[in-house]
Design a protein around this ligand. Structure first.
Ligand code: URA
Length: 237
């Protein structure tokens, strides 16, 4: 059994002081009954409501996955294909933050923290996403500048990005190009290259914000540290 104000604060809903205020102001119910005295104790099976909304007491989990190719970024697939959640051993109901295509690999965040997810996928969210694409042919300077300035995809111009030619392989006539974007539109990187006449043959997201998958093998994942979670919040607040 734990004190009600501590349980509320530990859920991440608010500070302990604020929780005490809510209790004293009769905003909190335990199993349907208003509790307005401090010191009331609850167990993990008690249902807590604040302003008539059930308090989620599930611990938050944050995972960085190095997504392999051939896996869908949904919680369930109607074609019964393997999903990113099949790769993770957890009892929590996690959701991917944004999407990577079936054939795209790399950094994918999964969490049950809905607040952080909403902040990160908001169109105004400015976190960097670093992709490395293998495209056909020599990726020339003119195309590079066009992509950087913004190209029209699905009728809307993409915002400024940073693009760098990393390598050109004469033998296979393919280029390796790094592109850093803020947005997260559907098939965005593939469509940006398509807009200047290049086909993406392979695509990897090397970094989501400051989180890189350099030390994770394909299909491997790790938990974020408390510091990293705080850092993510500070980027989007
Ligand atoms: N852009 C794409 O085209 N595909 C992805 O999976 C991610 C970004």
């Amino acid at each position: 059994m734990e004190r009600l104000q501590k349980v509320i604060a530990n859920s991440g809903y608010c500070s302990r002081r604020k929780a005490e205020e809510l209790i004293v102001n009769s905003k909190v119910k335990v199993n349907g009954q208003v509790v307005s005295v401090l010191g009331f104790k609850v167990s993990s099976s008690d249902e807590i409501m604040i302003d008539n909304k059930i308090l989620s007491r599930e611990d938050k989990e944050y995972i960085l996955l190095n997504k392999p190719r051939g896996v869908v970024t949904t919680t369930k697939d109607d074609k019964n294909r393997k999903t990113v959640l099949d790769l993770i051993d957890t009892d929590r109901r996690l959701y991917p933050v944004g999407r990577l295509d079936y054939d795209t690999t790399g950094a994918l965040l999964l969490t049950n923290d809905g607040d952080l997810t909403n902040l990160l996928i908001h169109p105004r969210c400015n976190v960097d996403k670093v992709y490395v694409a293998k495209v056909n042919g020599f990726f020339n300077k003119d195309s590079l500048l066009k992509v950087e300035k913004g190209v029209i995809i699905d009728g809307v111009r993409t915002s400024r990005s940073k693009v760098r030619l990393k390598k050109y392989d004469k033998k296979t006539d393919t280029s390796i190009v790094e592109i850093i974007i803020h947005e997260g539109r559907n098939h965005q990187v593939k469509k940006m290259f398509e807009a200047v006449g290049y086909k993406v043959i392979k695509l990897k997201r090397e970094k989501f914000a400051f989180l890189s998958v350099d030390n994770l093998k394909s299909g491997e994942y790790r938990y974020l540290t408390v510091k990293e979670v705080k850092q993510l919040y500070s980027l989007v607040k």
